[in-house]
Design a protein around this ligand. Structure first.
Ligand SMILES: Cc1cc2nc3c(=O)[nH]c(=O)nc-3n(C[C@H](O)[C@H](O)[C@H](O)COP(=O)(O)OP(=O)(O)OC[C@H]3O[C@@H](n4cnc5c(N)ncnc54)[C@H](O)[C@@H]3O)c2cc1C
Length: 266
């Protein structure tokens, strides 16, 4: 790890002002990605701006058919939230499958969605649940948020403040976890909004995306058999030591079938 200056602001405004004032700043949330990156000297910021002192970034609010989760809310708090379990159980179930207990006790929603690791779980929920990503100055719809590998619509220095998820009639998430880290080799969230189906996929491509061909077929007929009729091309999919692109395409179909089966049982 290289040396850096450490700051702990207490408001978003202060954090943003610090980011502007320093030479090369980085925000720190749960540190589950950033700290290993610093330790391996893959990043060398002059200043680390810790977001943990900003109370307004944490918390869960349920309003009508929407759930708003503050960026600094830990995965464990989403997994354990009675309120989220009541109105959006798929989100707490997904959060409960992230990594292990230590990772869930430190990692945050905002850190995960700002980082946009191609194998992270939350991005599947962001796209499938038609979420809105809020920063201090604007809102970004899920369909416009994920851009590419570790690339999002956030501008440098922009702080993700909260994410608002829509509650579907029913939904289910299935992932094929990496046996070591539990990251999603492929994860699929299928959500039914009174017949309007959204399918969010993570792990397969450089960033999370909606599987529109699957959505169209499932809108016609919400069944496991309907998924079988869809070809999932592997063009542009990730290929690494964990899984080939072809295998990931196969997993998209298998995870979608499992999610649809779960959803129909719900
Ligand atoms: C062993 C291990 C296993 C894991 N398994 C899984 C898994 O199964 N599924 C999964 O989804 N994830 C997994 N993770 C990732 C983890 O859950 C965290 O979500 C992830 O590391 C990022 O969240 P964080 O709060 O730790 O962010 P940090 O590491 O603190 O930050 C990550 C990046 O996001 C930026 N950032 C953080 N917060 C904000 C904000 N509010 N606004 C703007 N930028 C911000 C930081 O500057 C940094 O660039 C795993 C991690 C580890 C170490």
């Amino acid at each position: 790890m290289y040396q850096f200056n450490y700051h702990k602001p207490t408001s978003v405004e202060e954090a943003q002002a610090l980011f502007k004032a320093v030479e090369d700043g980085m925000f720190l949330a749960g540190g589950q990605t950033l700290i290993p990156t610093l330790k391996q000297r893959l990043a060398a910021p002059t200043d680390v701006i810790d977001l943990s002192g900003i109370a307004e970034l944490s918390g869960i609010e349920v309003r009508d058919d929407r759930v708003s989760v503050g960026a600094f809310t830990r995965h464990a708090d989403v997994a354990d939230s009675a309120e989220i379990r009541r109105v959006l159980p798929v989100l707490s179930a997904l959060a409960g499958q992230i990594g292990d207990g230590q990772v869930r006790n430190r990692g945050t929603l905002g850190g995960s969605v700002a980082n946009s690791d191609p194998a992270a779980d939350y991005p599947a929920a962001v796209v499938a649940l038609g979420a809105t990503v809020y920063t201090a100055s604007r809102s970004i719809s899920a369909d416009d948020y994920f851009k590419d590998l570790f690339e999002t619509a956030l501008e440098p220095g922009e702080i993700l403040s909260r994410i608002e998820f829509q509650c579907p009639t029913r939904a289910a998430y299935r992932k094929f976890p990496n046996p070591a880290s539990r990251y999603a080799t492929v994860g699929v969230l299928v959500a039914d909004f009174s017949g309007d189906i959204r399918v969010g996929v993570t792990g397969a491509g450089p960033c999370a995306f909606r599987a529109t061909a699957l959505e169209e077929v499932l809108r016609e007929q919400l069944s496991v058999e309907a998924v079988e009729t869809v070809e999932v091309p592997d063009a542009g999919f990730n290929s690494d030591l964990h899984a080939s692109a072809e295998y990931r395409a196969h997993l998209v179909k298998v995870m979608t079938k499992r999610a649809v089966a779960d959803l129909l049982k719900a």
